[in-house]
Write a protein that binds this ligand. Structure first.
Ligand code: GLA
Length: 616
């Protein structure tokens, strides 16, 4: 897939249903709080902050993708680039992976992030979604919304809107006192996200707007969309500011925005200065000089900007999303470096310097010296010490549940990880064709404990020969999901098996199902000796004198997940382009560190800690 082709695919697929009367200028409260000059308001085609002209020079930085002890560091780097505002999404599923309770502590303390930004001298734009896209699992929606795999999402559905309202009732009260209208740093919030690429259900957008207002959001609200009339019409509300997202030359996109909304400030709410990668694709980069030239043009046009992304981040753990292009499922890699001006590990790139030169013409740069690259570990290599085959550890990791038909992960209350299905096949002796429908996303197949094949959702017609020995054989399917789709219309993407398992077209039943969220590995019984092939857990120790940033590589290994001192770093996969996993300094301990690797296929002979990232 070429860069930005997802976008072209999208413009062809845009919903062009009902069009709305564009009653611009009729809005009162949303555009400008005439009676309250505090905060961000609009006068003609300019923004005012507390009544004074203000150009938004923002950058995206996702607090959920960077270790909280690095928030301040990265925010100061943004200031050093010349930015005056940080923009972040809020990822609902980061706070509420299980329906029972939302978490706002530690890494999930989004209000603390906003206050840290304030201390760093930055204003804040919050995009609370609830859908955020962002190459993040399920576009930020929590997996439990897929209990019913066909549940209507992102539209006027009572159950969906009830769940969103409950979530907003948890989230927004934590933010409202931090609004600029009340003396805080938050200057604006977004309603939904590029809604015009999904639907044109304006009643739903109005519901979100009204819920936000009712929760006390009195800041400027905006709708951001792709820069086409169709997307703007479908995804905007007449009383809210419309903004556009694009890459490259701003002339065309801003002309579209002007056509749709002639009399308001120009704001590119996502200026794509880089792009993300899927596994098995080339690594995407953009030319820093070209980026700087496009930014110069944008600022000359008097527009405001939000660099998407300003700061790279990481899809730690199971949080990476995926795309669907046609019928091709494309999982996103663990790094979200995005070729941003400030890299995943905090490096100030050539793009940082080029863009900073341009910004310097429009703003006063802080007169402090530029921050140095965060400290990195010296290289070292370690070997696996102990292992345990995953199939031997099922009892230690899970309790089985029984169901007649296979059940998908979300229906069992499991947000992420692996899921295992077992049945006893009783049939006349002989070899038959095994097939799965509704698979998310790969399944390792075992017959009486012996590995006999693999299913992949991208090969839906694939069959595996299954031989029934004597009167019965045990069939094991270990399903390995690689991220929920975060964009587009086919957005309901349940994991595990949501369809059928068929043997020569006969449906197999009576399943023992094990949830494997793998969020606690302490019960694993590792043993030294022979290193088993996958799927297996492997453990080793890494001695560190002084914790610093490290980059882990797995030469010779194929595909898996890594835990450093119990923290799930993310997936690696020999498909590339990403080679190393970023392990920030704060996850390391002085002295002995424990590394656990779940390898699905083949084990390499060593693990490397490197001093330099290699993301392709
Ligand atoms: C869109 C979305 C973002 C992100 C970018 C691509 O603009 O709004 O969340 O997915 O595409 O990186």
């Amino acid at each position: 897939m070429t860069q930005f082709s997802r976008r072209r695919f999208l413009s062809a697929a845009i919903v062009t249903g009902a069009s709305v009367g564009v009653a611009l200028g009729s809005g009162r409260t949303a555009f400008a709080q005439a009676d309250n000059p505090r905060g961000l308001t609009i006068r003609g085609d300019e923004f005012l902050l507390d009544g004074e002209p203000f150009r938004i020079l923002a950058g995206a930085f996702h607090y959920f993708r960077t270790h909280p002890k690095d928030w301040r560091d990265r925010l100061l780097r943004m200031r050093a680039m010349g930015l005056n505002t940080v923009e972040t999404y809020v990822a609902w599923n980061f706070h509420q992976p299980y329906e029972e309770k939302a978490d706002f502590t530690g890494w999930r303390d989004v209000a603390a992030f906003v206050r840290t930004a304030d201390e760093a001298g930055l204003k804040v734009i919050v995009r609370p979604g609830p859908y955020i896209c962002a190459e993040w699992d399920f576009g930020g929606l929590p997996a439990w919304l897929l209990k019913d795999k066909d549940a209507p999402l992102r539209r006027s559905d009572p159950a969906y809107e009830r769940a969103v309202d409950d979530w907003f009732a948890e989230l927004l009260p934590r933010l409202v006192d931090l609004q600029a209208t009340r003396g805080g740093p938050i200057i604006a919030m977004q309603v939904e996200n590029e809604y015009g690429s999904y639907d044109d259900d304006h009643a739903h957008l109005e519901h979100l707007r009204d819920t936000m207002r009712a929760q006390g959001v009195d800041s400027l609200l905006f709708c951001s969309n792709g820069a086409t009339q169709e997307a703007l019409r479908a995804g905007s509300l007449p009383d809210l500011l419309s903004t556009v997202n694009f890459a490259g030359d701003p002339t065309g996109p801003f002309a579209e925005l002007r056509k749709f909304q002639p009399d308001k400030p120009l704001f590119c709410t996502e200026f794509w200065d880089g792009w993300f990668d899927h596994w098995g694709e080339r690594h995407h980069t953009t030319d820093p000089a070209q980026t700087a030239a496009d930014v110069a043009k944008l600022l000359e046009a008097g527009a405001s900007i939000n660099f998407y992304m300003a700061v790279g981040g990481t899809n730690f753990g199971w949080s990476a999303g995926a795309n669907l292009t046609g019928s091709a499922y494309q999982p996103t890699v663990t790094s979200y470096d995005y070729d941003s001006p400030i890299s995943e590990s905090g490096e100030l790139t050539e793009k940082f310097h080029k863009v900073r030169e341009v910004l310097a013409k429009y703003t006063t740069l802080p007169d402090t010296p530029l921050p140095a690259t965060p400290r990195r570990m010296p290289p070292q290599r370690v070997a696996v010490r102990e292992s345990v085959p995953l199939m031997d550890a099922l009892d230690a990791l899970s309790t089985p549940v029984r169901h007649t038909a296979p059940v998908h992960m979300e229906a069992l209350g499991q947000p992420y990880g692996l899921i295992h299905y077992r049945t006893r096949v009783r049939a006349p002796q002989g070899t038959k064709a095994l097939r799965i429908t509704g698979l998310g996303d790969r399944a390792l197949v075992f017959s009486d404990g012996k590995r006999i094949g693999t299913f992949d959702r991208n090969q839906p017609d694939h069959t595996v020969d299954f031989t029934v020995a004597d009167t019965s054989s045990t069939l094991d399917l270990l399903v390995d999901p690689t991220g929920r789709i975060n964009f587009g219309h086919n957005f309901n993407d349940p994991k595990g098996i949501s369809g059928k398992v068929l043997l020569d077209d006969q449906e197999l039943s009576d399943w023992e199902i094990r949830r494997l969220p793998l969020d606690n590995l302490s019960a694993l019984k590792f043993a030294s000796g022979n290193t088993p092939t996958g799927p297996a857990f492997h453990r080793t120790r890494i001695h560190v004198d002084t914790p610093a940033d490290g980059f882990l590589a797995f030469p010779g290994w194929d595909k898996g997940m890594v835990w450093l001192n119990g923290f799930a770093l993310g997936r690696y996969w020999s498909l590339g382009p990403q080679v190393t996993l970023y392990a920030p300094s704060h996850l390391w301990r002085r002295g002995r560190n424990e590394l656990v690797v779940l390898e699905m296929e083949r084990t390499g002979d060593r693990i490397e800690v490197r001093s330099e990232p290699d993301i392709g």
